[in-house]
Design a protein around this ligand. Structure first.
Ligand code: RIB
Ligand code: CA
Length: 313
């Protein structure tokens, strides 16, 4: 079976961790490398967390590259209130021995896209889009070589989660998001509109808890910790599971559905910074720039997570 080559760009981050573990458990994916960005917690934590997660998966062979330490233009906004000071609260962390690559993540993205067959690499974006935006500005030729960009970010029918009008990944770096959304590469967007339908209910967490390996229990511990914050906020049965929807979409797109629409990004207003107005009814006449996902088979999604996590140590 021909593997799907991907780069994972991430700001781990509890849900990032479950996404990365799921990807590393899948025989369908070739994880070329991991590019790390500041987001949920500062870069020195996200890069260490990425290395820890690869070691949890028994994959010390995965190249991890540190990227941008702050957004293109604005100061960094972090989310320790959700993910904890470490970014991976709720689970024991070890000191990783997996080395951090010396090559900057932006250069890794550019080099990989230039070296691999054009149209063969999928970019799985799990955090603020700073690294990819920088890569596009530095090397515009890479855009035509991207197979597709699958990103977790944005919100339209759902309210925002970091401000009333904005989702965290887009809000942290709205200028990077505008650069990516305007680049012309194929983009699939998994916003809060769909991730809020993929909730870690007790039954779904128990599906992971029942796995006979450490990875399943790590994922269950992480989702249980996420409950601590999200259920208090959302008051319903389970925390939305955001980033793993990106990996699940690459593996099994039929679990999801949406619409090709034009999506913009608010870059100026302090009140609505990072908002992603979706032209759902085509009133602007602007060409669609994303496939905007709004529906998911949530039980099928969690079954996919369990299937892939079960292959890990
Ligand atoms: O809004 C959810 C997104 O912000 C997820 O990627 C989460 O990890 C945080 O980065
Ligand atoms: Ca993330």
């Amino acid at each position: 079976m021909r593997q799907i080559p991907i780069i994972i760009d991430t700001d781990p981050g509890q849900d990032d961790a479950v996404a990365i573990l799921t990807a590393l458990g899948s025989p369908m994916l070739e994880v070329i490398g991991i590019s790390v960005v500041a987001g949920n917690v500062p870069l020195e934590r996200t890069q260490e967390n990425a290395r820890i997660i690869c070691e949890w998966a028994g994959r010390s062979d995965i190249p991890v590259h540190a990227g941008c330490a702050r957004p293109l233009l604005r100061p960094l906004v972090t989310a320790e209130h959700v993910h904890g000071k470490t970014g991976l609260d709720g689970v024991a962390l070890h000191q990783p021995t997996l080395p951090l690559q010396s090559e900057h993540a932006v250069d890794f993205i550019v080099r990989t896209l230039r070296q691999r067959d054009s149209g063969s690499v999928t970019l799985c974006m799990l955090g603020p889009l700073t690294n990819l935006a920088m890569a596009i500005v530095k090397a515009p030729d890479i855009v035509a070589r991207i197979k597709d960009i699958v990103l977790m970010g944005g919100a339209y029918f759902e309210g925002g989660n970091i401000t009333p009008s904005a989702e965290f990944n887009i809000h942290v770096d709205p200028d990077a998001a505008a650069t990516v959304l305007g680049c012309g590469a194929p983009i699939t967007m998994l916003p809060l509109d769909v991730t809020h339908k993929a909730r870690g209910t007790p039954a779904r967490i128990n599906l992971l808890r029942a796995l006979p390996n450490r990875a399943g229990n790590l994922a269950a511990d992480i989702l249980t910790t996420l409950e601590r914050f999200d259920v208090q906020r959302y008051g319903v049965n389970g925390a939305p599971l955001h980033d793993p929807t990106v990996i699940a979409y690459v593996l099994q797109p039929a679990l999801f559905s949406g619409k090709h629409v034009h999506v913009a990004v608010e870059q100026g207003s302090e009140l609505t910074l990072g908002a992603t107005p979706v032209d759902w009814w085509g009133v602007t006449g602007k060409a669609a720039n994303v496939y905007y996902i709004t529906e998911v088979d949530a039980d099928g999604f969690f079954a996919l997570l369990a299937e892939n996590l079960s292959r890990l140590p």
